[in-house]
Write a protein that binds this ligand. Structure first.
Ligand code: SAH
Ligand code: SF4
Ligand code: F3S
Length: 474
């Protein structure tokens, strides 16, 4: 799973050429929340007569679900729109229409500006209004340039259709489930509070119902999503106020659901109940994405993270005491305005202390409208590049060491999908590493005991333990 990195995924299934349905191609950028939203939009559109396709050439509607987190991510959208313009023009020459929509965080942040810069766009729709997508498309079809970026008063999750069983089944063994959206933390570098609005938690019964549906359709592993997933709270089944720890406990009780994960967490919201869930719940995988961003107290303060490096390290110690085999991953920003060499050394020191199993690191990218962008002590690009290189070398070293420490271990592997070569399957280790193994495709969905034999570039290789072949804990 990619964490907040800029991924390009295509949400589509094989097209049935025998039907004459309109076809939609959705391209997804950004974090997993966008991946989840793209699926829900595809569901809503399928009820509206659109069939998903993985071929933009045959689509009647192209939808870009965009990310605004860094400048590069946002600019990608405009280069994609440049390519789409040619497609749209070619289509018009054939007398056919190609409708183009921009959704996601760039839509929310830039609104009308997108149509000004790229007049081929027919529709701009922000993440809070996806349930209005079919009506918005109908208006665009009549020739209106539609911009829907108001925060809707109603809850989109109440109005989006529930995923259909056959749709879920086509998506596989693992699934995302958004439980919380938006952010009230206002870190000074970040656009999320502006693009996704303030924090909203989905109610327990809605989440539990969706989780049961996923499991009934064959899903074995669910990752709960939120920009601040551990800030999730809601009224529990016992009438008390629950946090994420209690929610995980409830979901762990669903029969047939084998694995739970959640992302992304803020250190300030790791409460005792959540740490206890890591201690108590076997189904909760021993992997935690806990971004710290920087290791210097003055940079953390300037970023408005509202904790110190020491607070973070003590938290990590508590989590590891509760679940000793837990692997940590993190996000880092280098070159935030005012970051000195000594501040950067503090980040390296923190990384040495924590030893992340995986990490994502970025050069600070000033974002319009955020306090960080207004500062007058920006760090030169070459300094940012040097720091990023040094940090990434260290993170890579730890990641390799972590992977190598798995060799020889016997682990439970959830078989997810066919590998690149015939006869191979890809699964995930409890620590989210892709593991390649020789196994039959009929075993997809099983959890088997395997021994890790060697490390690959970004994956591990394993062999089925003698006598364990085909056995399953589900
Ligand atoms: N809610 C999460 C992060 C969401 S954004 C948290 O609080 O940690 C995902 C990651 O993108 C962040 O963790 C950060 O490392 C990076 N990021 C966000 N804004 C950025 C910016 N302006 N420049 C560079 N990286 C940024
Ligand atoms: Fe952005 Fe900070 Fe909110 Fe994370 S906690 S989404 S980094 S403002
Ligand atoms: Fe990007 Fe929006 Fe996610 S800015 S990281 S798509 S919340």
């Amino acid at each position: 799973m990619q964490t907040q990195a800029e991924t390009d995924t295509i949400d589509g299934v094989r097209t049935d050429t025998r039907t004459n349905k309109r076809k939609v191609f959705v391209k997804t950028y950004g974090c997993q929340m966008n991946v989840y939203d793209s699926e829900r939009m595809a569901d809503a559109l399928s009820k509206d007569g659109y069939q998903p396709t993985d071929n933009p050439e045959e689509a009647d509607l192209l939808l870009l679900n965009t990310c605004h987190i860094r400048e590069k991510a946002a600019e990608k959208v405009y280069s994609e729109l440049g390519r789409i313009r040619k497609l749209k023009e070619a289509r018009a020459e054939d007398g056919a229409e190609l409708m183009v929509g921009v959704a996601g965080c760039v839509a929310q942040a830039e609104g009308q500006e997108i149509i000004r810069r790229a007049p081929i766009v027919d529709l701009v729709i922000g993440p809070q209004t996806y349930h209005r997508l079919p009506q918005a498309i109908a208006r665009a079809r009549k020739g209106e340039k539609v911009v829907e970026t108001e925060y809707a008063i109603e809850d989109k999750f109440d109005h989006l259709p529930e995923p259909e069983k056959k749709v879920i089944a086509s998506r596989g063994i693992t699934a995302f489930l958004t439980v919380q959206e938006g952010c009230d933390k206002f870190c000074t570098f970040c656009v999320v509070p502006y693009t996704r609005g303030s924090e909203v938690s989905r109610p327990v019964d809605q989440i539990a119902r969706e989780a049961r549906q996923l499991v009934a359709a064959g899903v074995r592993e669910i990752t709960l999503l939120g920009q601040n997933v551990n800030a999730w709270h809601g009224e529990g089944e016992d009438g008390r106020e629950w946090g994420l720890g209690e929610l995980l406990r409830l979901l762990a009780g669903i029969e047939g659901l084998e694995r739970l994960r959640y992302t992304t967490s803020h250190p300030r919201d790791m409460d005792d109940a959540l740490i206890a869930a890591h201690r108590d719940l076997d189904k909760l995988m021993p992997y935690l994405h806990l971004p710290v961003q920087a290791g210097s107290d003055s940079v953390l303060k300037a970023m408005n993270r509202r904790h110190t490096a020491d607070d973070y390290l003590r938290l990590v110690d508590r989590i590891r005491a509760a679940r000793p085999d837990i692997a940590l991953s993190g996000d880092f920003i280098v070159g935030f305005p005012g970051e000195t060499d000594a501040d950067f050394e503090d980040t390296l020191r923190l990384v040495e202390r924590v030893r992340y199993a995986q990490a994502f690191s970025f050069k600070y990218s000033p974002r319009p409208g955020t306090p960080g962008a207004e500062r007058d002590d920006h760090i030169p690009e070459d300094v940012k590049s040097d720091r990023l290189e040094r940090l990434q070398a260290l993170l890579r070293k730890h990641q390799t060491e972590f992977a190598e420490s798995r060799v020889g271990m016997t682990i439970d592997l959830l078989l997810e999908k066919p590998g690149r070569r015939p006869g191979q399957l890809i699964g995930r280790s409890p620590w989210l590493q892709p593991v390649i193994i020789d196994a039959k495709s009929s075993q997809i969905g099983e959890i088997i005991k395997v021994r890790i034999t060697q490390t690959g570039t970004n994956s591990l290789f394993a062999e089925i333990l003698q006598g364990e072949s085909g056995s399953s804990t589900i």
